[in-house]
Ligand binder design. Structure first.
Ligand code: GLY
Ligand code: MN
Ligand code: MN
Length: 444
């Protein structure tokens, strides 16, 4: 963490919140303490290479550094949190960031040079302690009372949907970084370059390595936009550019941005559809209020999409009948969004209480990841889409409802792939704060 008065103040409050929060959960669950592991790199089978390493999110919530391997955070109520930081003496690789910066004032820090020494530095008697994270062999034998105990994990996950002001500020900054990449990628598309060029333009603008991004960039020209997680990049520009869907984020101290924009190369039906979906997304966000069910927001967006399909004469049915018969799910087959934070698809979206009770998945919305009511402090995405996906359209063609579809119009639109508009929304006391649109506005 660089010198930054605002972030340092916010981090101090965030840390104080975590101390109180963990202490009360540990007391409730009857644990003397908990150890959070950063995790260790995972080798590729049969190879001497490693998969990209990611610090475990629970550790990262406390520790802003993203490269600590085999390190442990020891939380014991009534004591200062203790960081056992693995700092290998290594001339083959760069050593992880040494603990430095204002956040270290909140911890007792012990640096050790081997992963074995890190495990040995854990407290001696652990039978009433919980362990959170991926347990290494060094740790398995230490006699923890519980490894990732369900009750503690559920309670932590449940509460992670309410972000601290520090976490929201990190996501504000992640959004600002990502929109610079979005603008650069759009310039590349407009210049007639290939998907790979647009991806590289994005990377150059955000100045983050691919392994640091919260998820692989989706850079899809034309019909590629109909593959929801299209993540290969053509090296040649298509003969004719029609549309550009980019779903790309950025990281700030472990917190994610997740942003999608869709552009048309020229004016016409697809650009009008894009504009109207953008407006529907914008007005849905404006309608968000504390206490609303996210499932209802998802259903409201299905209705807006049905109205749009009718207005553009793509489907000639009442919007209600389109919803009822599942026709809107052919064009909008994924969920409206998800909580976001330390993970792009953050935890807790389906928990109805801290005990781990899971909310029933509505059968008509099998892919919806957020089933919770809206609360102050939530940060979630709102990402409706309208796509022309062959695998979903073909079965509709042979059904009775298929007769209401203008298949000529659909086949004209299929080469454009699809539209998705995705913003990250913070629910503040004052109402919804659109982290993404604010970041785009600040770019101008
Ligand atoms: N980029 C993944 C998602 O939008 O959920
Ligand atoms: Mn998303
Ligand atoms: Mn996305």
């Amino acid at each position: 963490m660089e010198k930054d008065g605002l972030l340092e103040r916010l981090y101090a409050d965030h840390h104080a919140y975590l101390v109180t929060h963990y202490e009360s959960l540990l007391e409730e669950a009857g644990w003397d303490g908990v150890v959070l592991a950063s995790g260790s790199p995972c080798a590729v089978f049969g190879d001497d290479q490693f998969h990209p390493f990611r610090v475990s999110p629970g550790y990262r919530q406390w520790i802003p550094c993203g490269d600590h391997t085999s390190s442990y955070l020891v939380i014991r109520p009534g004591h200062r949190p203790r960081l056992i930081c693995h700092q290998p003496e290594d001339y083959w690789h760069v050593s992880p960031t040494p603990p430095s910066g204002i956040w270290t004032d909140h911890f007792d820090v012990d640096c050790v040079s081997t992963s074995v020494a890190a495990a040995e530095a854990l407290p001696g008697s652990l039978s009433r302690w919980a362990f959170l994270g991926e347990p290494s062999a060094d740790v398995q034998s230490r006699g923890f009372g519980g490894i990732n105990p369900d009750a503690l994990v559920s309670a932590l996950d449940f509460h992670r949907t309410v972000k601290t002001p520090y976490e929201v500020e990190c996501m504000r900054r992640a959004n600002r970084i990502a929109v610079a990449g979005h603008r650069a990628a759009l310039q590349s598309f407009r210049a007639g370059e290939a998907e790979l060029d647009a991806h590289l333009a994005y990377m150059a603008a955000v100045r983050q390595s691919e392994t640091r991004l919260p998820y692989p960039n989706i850079v899809a020209f034309n019909e590629h936009g109909a593959t929801l997680h299209y993540d290969v990049y053509d090296t040649q520009a298509p003969p004719e550019s029609l549309s550009f869907l980019i779903d790309a984020g950025a990281d700030y101290l472990g917190y994610a941005a997740d942003i999608t924009r869709t552009y048309a190369a020229a004016d016409g039906l697809f650009s009008e559809l894009t504009e109207q979906l953008d407006e529907a997304q914008h007005s849905l966000i404006a309608s968000i209020e504390v206490g609303m069910s996210y499932i209802d927001l998802h259903a409201a967006m299905h209705l807006s999409i049905a109205e749009l399909l009718k207005r553009f004469l793509i489907v000639d049915m009442t919007p209600e009948a389109m919803l009822e018969s599942g026709v809107t799910s052919v064009f909008f087959p994924h969920g409206l969004g998800h909580h976001i934070g330390l993970q792009v698809h953050d935890v807790g979206g389906k928990n109805s209480d801290p005990k781990g009770t899971v909310i029933d998945q509505p059968p008509s919305f099998p892919f919806l990841r957020n089933l919770r009511p809206v609360s102050v402090g939530n940060v979630f995405t709102i990402e409706p889409g309208v796509y022309f996906i062959r695998q979903l359209l073909e079965p509709l063609r042979s059904k009775a409802e298929g007769r209401a579809v203008d298949w000529g119009l659909v086949s004209n639109l299929m080469p454009y792939g699809g539209i998705r508009i995705e913003d990250d929304v913070h629910v503040s006391e004052a109402g919804p704060e659109n982290l993404t649109r604010d970041a785009f506005a600040a770019l101008l």
